[in-house]
Write a protein of this length. Structure first.
Length: 369
């Protein structure tokens, strides 16, 4: 879902992005408000309240991000989605107590914002005891602040539900990890999170609250995905790229001048699927993958050499990189099944998805010895 996001700003060294579907949410709430009251101004007020709500969500995510940076993590960006916000971190906190600190920081922002909005509501004549329906028209500026204060209270309560990977679930995982270790703690938190996710989906479905059902769906997927991520981290702990990569001696290379028939034969009759391309001086100039080769084989166009098909823009990995935080992350983000491993400008091997998958086996062998 991140692929449809675009940058709208940058603060504290962190890019802020918005997913295009966020504007559909604004249009949807504007339409509901106009349908309910028949007044265009009410639709604009509702849209304004939703924008203000997501500004609070943005501050919530900055709470997570700034604490994570202070504890040594690197934050890629913050993305606003119709179901909330997401601060993407390049690595998970290593210490369980650090995860608890990062998780709590977001809701604490809303704890601070709620009384501020309630105070502004009283200042502008709002009634804290009168619930505000943002779709039916808001009578005064004071009631707008009442709505924003109430929403921030709701954000605290909802986010602290122990539905991993929501904030409350991360607090649960961090506390359990201090006693049970990261893998067992994640398995328990993931199971609890998926249970809540199913509850969200059922309640959302039967109450016609489809936004809650969608949140439940993403919580279910997130719990499963992060449990797998933590297992990978433990499997790769202490390993570098050089521990699992295919060395240059076992890596078949091609030149830009290999003809298409030669490279197709290598794919069909060999075990290697992706090939680094070296020029006559041994310099890495490209990479050609099985996908391009097989697509070209079925294309009506005629390709004569590797040069016609190879990609010239691709990331590389160092053999000394940490396998989990650098090697596997770069490989996943690149979209390639294998990437060249380069040391001082020279090709020393390839790191593939299959190599990464064998990390657990290598750790088991090391334990036996």
């Amino acid at each position: 879902m991140m692929g449809g996001s675009f940058k709208i700003g940058r603060a504290f060294g962190i890019d802020v992005k918005v997913h295009w579907s966020f504007f559909l949410l604004l249009a949807f709430f504007g339409y509901l408000a106009f349908s309910d009251s028949g007044r265009f101004v009410d639709a604009l007020v509702t849209i304004g309240i939703v924008v203000a709500l997501f500004f609070c969500v943005l501050l919530h995510e900055y709470g997570h991000a700034l604490v994570a940076i202070r504890l040594g993590s690197e934050v890629q960006d913050i993305t606003l989605l119709p179901i909330g916000g997401l601060a993407r971190m390049k690595s998970l906190p290593e210490r369980p107590i650090d995860e608890v600190k990062v998780a709590v920081a977001g809701p604490l922002v809303n704890v601070v914002l709620a009384p501020i909005f309630f105070g502004l509501a009283l200042l502008f004549g709002g009634n804290l005891l009168v619930p505000t329906d943002i779709l039916s028209g808001v009578g005064s500026l004071g009631q707008v602040f009442v709505a924003l204060g109430t929403i921030n209270v709701a954000l605290v309560v909802f986010n602290m539900i122990p539905a991993f990977p929501m904030d409350g679930g991360r607090v649960l995982r961090g506390l359990l990890a201090t006693r049970l270790g990261p893998v067992r703690a994640t398995d328990i938190s993931s199971t609890v999170g998926q249970g809540f996710a199913i509850l969200f989906i059922l309640v959302g479905f039967f109450s016609n609250n489809f936004l809650l059902a969608i949140v439940g769906f993403f919580v279910f997927l997130g719990a499963s995905g992060e449990a797998q991520l933590v297992r990978q981290r433990e499997q790769m702990r202490g390993l570098s790229v050089s521990d699992v990569m295919g060395t240059k001696g076992r890596t078949e290379t091609v030149t830009p001048y290999h003809n298409f028939g030669q490279i197709l034969d290598s794919v069909i009759h060999g075990y290697q699927e992706d090939f680094p391309v070296l020029d006559e001086d041994g310099n890495l100039v490209g990479i050609i993958t099985r996908n391009e080769i097989m697509a070209a084989a079925h294309s009506p166009d005629r390709y004569s050499t590797v040069r016609d098909l190879m990609k010239t823009e691709f990331p590389t990995i160092s053999p000394d990189d940490d396998l989990f935080t650098e090697g596997n992350r770069v490989l996943q983000e690149s979209g390639f099944r294998a990437l060249p491993v380069v040391n001082d400008g020279n090709l020393v091997g390839m790191l593939s998805v299959d190599d990464v998958g064998q990390a657990a086996l290598l750790r088991d062998l090391r334990k036996q010895h």
